[in-house]
Design a protein around this ligand. Structure first.
Ligand code: GLP
Length: 242
């Protein structure tokens, strides 16, 4: 894992955007692995800005999102599908048919996980995967204890995760208890991984991640240590305990 320390959220977002834009410009059919949460919003804003001013085209790009809540309709403002439309897809020229997000309202959730794995394996690994990290070390929605051999699966969300994400909902009770997530093994199939980390809330987990070489299923992000091409873009606050 390479660590690039940046000053703040703004710098993290601009550098991440530069990396994605260069990738898409040099390989117009790039397969992008995308994340939700507060962390990548600045990156998505920069991509939109660049699309408007420089016209970087996403016409041949395919996108794969990490996860989706169970039981929330795609057009509900709390779904990750809606989040992605609002924060990126509606503002660039990526065709809807090339957007992949698990369907958290599928009648047979297990079959939906299998369907998503087939889509992912047809893509033969995304070119670049954007990740954030939960304060308990989760990546995607892979909570502590998840097998590093996991593919797309249904998860029971930790109370800490539900509380952390409650800021996007009206009430804590509205935060779903389950989600579909790409597994750790699916994430590690990406050719390149970019982990974005910002803010003091992530300082403790970054310390845990960076102070040992240990790979431990209790800290899902530690799986990234076995991947050959991971860059961590973390700001001063996130690295302040390290
Ligand atoms: C959410 C998402 C993750 C995200 C993490 C951190 O639960 N499923 O993909 O990385 O939480 O979120 P934030 O960026 O808001 O801190």
């Amino acid at each position: 894992m390479r660590i690039l320390e940046v000053k703040d959220y703004h710098e993290m977002s601009s550098i991440a955007a530069r990396i994605i834009i260069e990738k898409v410009q040099s390989k117009p059919d790039t397969k992008l692995g995308l994340a939700t949460g507060g962390t990548p919003i600045g990156l998505y804003k920069e991509l939109i800005q660049d699309y408007r001013s420089n016209g970087t085209s996403y016409e041949r790009v395919c996108t794969f999102n990490l996860d989706e809540y169970v039981g929330i309709d795609a057009d509900d403002s709390n779904s990750y599908r809606y989040f992605m439309e609002e924060n990126l897809f509606a503002h660039i020229n990526v065709p809807q048919s090339q957007i992949h997000i698990p369907d958290g309202t599928a009648e047979d959730l297990k079959a939906e996980c299998e369907r998503y794995d087939v889509e992912l394996s047809q893509a033969e690994g995304v070119d670049i995967q954007i990740l954030g990290i939960g304060s308990n070390g989760h990546i995607g929605f892979n909570e502590p204890g998840t097998s590093f051999y996991s593919n797309t699966h249904i998860v029971e969300l930790d109370e800490t995760t539900r509380k952390a994400n409650a800021r996007f909902f009206e009430r804590l009770e509205d935060v779903p208890k389950q989600a579909i997530t790409m597994g750790i093994a699916s994430i590690l199939k990406a050719k390149q991984i970019l982990l974005l980390v910002s803010g003091i809330n992530k300082a403790e987990v970054m310390k845990q991640l960076l102070t040992t070489d240990e790979v431990d299923e209790q800290l899902p992000a530690s799986a990234l240590k076995v991947h050959p091409d991971v860059m961590i873009l973390a700001d001063e606050e996130a690295l302040s305990s390290y």
